[in-house]
Design a protein around this ligand. Structure first.
Ligand SMILES: [Zn+2]
Length: 412
């Protein structure tokens, strides 16, 4: 239990951080941290700024960088900041430093890499994903320190690289090379997804399968189509035929949101440059989020079967390559201490009943779960991540900061 008066004091302190939180968001948005897989500079500038801020607060900060030749300096930062508690056991908040690219700039109403304020709304790339987690956790720690509270558990803030492009230079690197940082007794919170009202505590996710389909035909002049084999037409037919996946793998599990598996055609690579050439090569991608009851090998088998049918019908050759294949790890138990702690904090701050659920998006929590570390993903999620005009409400940021502070103060 938490002393009511102590938590009220912490809430007052957090309310007073409003302008400083906006200022930190401004500094974070300004430091473009798109990763090198997306042709960005990486997280170094943002990490340097945050390491300074955390040290100024009085936390010990250690970098566990992952080597990466593609970025200036040759490494990707993974910061661990600790505030000692009465116990060695920890409460972790793991947020990520990197952001996704801004996409089509014309769709933005302001510069994606300059914070834009409109009343209580903050706009900019990363303000939600994942600055909301970064800023909320840092100011929650600051409020505890300002209130003179020594937390029951040691508080660990992990600010990692490379979440948006596979985590191999981020959490996966930490769990391979510095596994002893984390213990199954720790509470691990990943503030990177949730529902707008803060009532979704994500404890399970679907399996993820990304496929690259290459369609080979024969290029020719568009006025003489009989001399070639049109891969754009074949690709279109294949994309429509692949809708059969949703009918084949049609299980429904209301524990998940959405409750069924999804199979979406997404990216398509450029083919010919001119209108009067029939393309002889086509490449497109499928993003599949599959309920854990299915083995991903079954899905790949069905994709090949559908493609064989298209090959016969259209006279093309189709190869199916796996870009990413992640079978869902075991769920964090709905009764895990981290779930109970988050639910208690959401109740105290928002007066709402939070529920453990499964989601479709893959999160870094899967890396923890695969190693038997029970992690929960939670955020009052504005659902604007990866969109143009990514946006959060400052009041939500303040509320989530209180929720994390409440968890930090809870006695076991
Ligand atoms: Zn994120």
């Amino acid at each position: 239990m938490i002393q009511d008066r102590t938590f009220t004091r912490i809430q007052e302190l957090i309310a007073g951080y409003r302008h400083e939180m906006i200022a930190m968001q401004r500094e974070l948005v300004r430091r473009n941290a798109v990763g090198p897989d997306n042709q960005g500079p990486g997280e170094a500038a943002k990490a340097a700024y945050l390491a300074d801020e955390l040290r100024r607060l009085g936390l010990t900060v250690t970098d566990y960088p992952a080597p990466d030749e593609r970025v200036a300096g040759g490494q990707r930062p993974n910061l661990i900041a600790l505030l000692p508690g009465r116990s060695q056991e920890k409460v972790w908040v793991l947020s990520h430093l990197d952001v996704v690219p801004e996409g089509d700039r014309n769709l933005w109403q302001s510069d994606p890499f300059e914070l834009h304020l409109d009343g209580d709304l903050l706009y900019g790339r990363g303000v939600a994903d994942d600055h909301q987690g970064i800023v909320a956790s840092i100011f929650a720690v600051r409020a505890l320190m300002a209130a003179g509270v020594t937390p029951p558990r040691t508080i660990g803030l992990a600010l990692v690289a490379d979440e948006e492009t596979g985590s191999q230079k981020g959490l996966a690197y930490l769990l391979t090379h510095h596994r002893d940082l984390f213990s199954p007794q720790d509470l691990i919170i990943v503030p990177d997804a949730g529902s707008p009202d803060g009532t979704l505590i994500e404890i399970a996710e679907k399996s993820m399968l990304w496929l690259r389909l290459t369609v080979r035909g024969k290029q020719c002049h568009a006025s003489k189509p009989d001399l070639g084999v049109n891969t754009l037409r074949a690709s279109a037919q294949a994309i429509v035929a692949l809708d059969a996946l949703a009918r084949e793998f049609n299980a429904v599990d209301p524990f998940f949101d959405p409750p069924h598996s999804t199979f979406e055609p997404t990216k398509i690579e450029a083919n010919v440059d001119n209108i009067n050439t029939i393309p002889g090569l086509g490449v497109f991608y499928l993003d599949c989020r599959v309920l854990p009851v299915y083995d991903l090998a079954q899905v790949i088998g069905k994709v090949r079967e559908i493609c064989q049918d298209i090959e016969q019908r259209c006279g093309v050759a189709i190869t199916v390559q796996t870009v990413q294949q992640v079978q869902a790890p075991p769920a964090t138990p709905a009764t895990a201490p981290v779930v109970k702690a988050l639910a208690a904090a959401v109740q105290a701050v928002y007066q709402r009943q939070a529920q453990p659920r499964g989601i479709g998006g893959g999160t870094v929590a899967a890396f923890f779960r695969r190693q038997g570390l029970p992690a929960a993903v939670w955020l009052s999620d504005p659902l604007t991540a990866h969109q143009p005009n990514e946006c959060i409400n400052i009041n939500t940021l303040l509320g989530d900061c209180q929720v994390l502070a409440h968890v930090f103060c809870q006695e076991d």
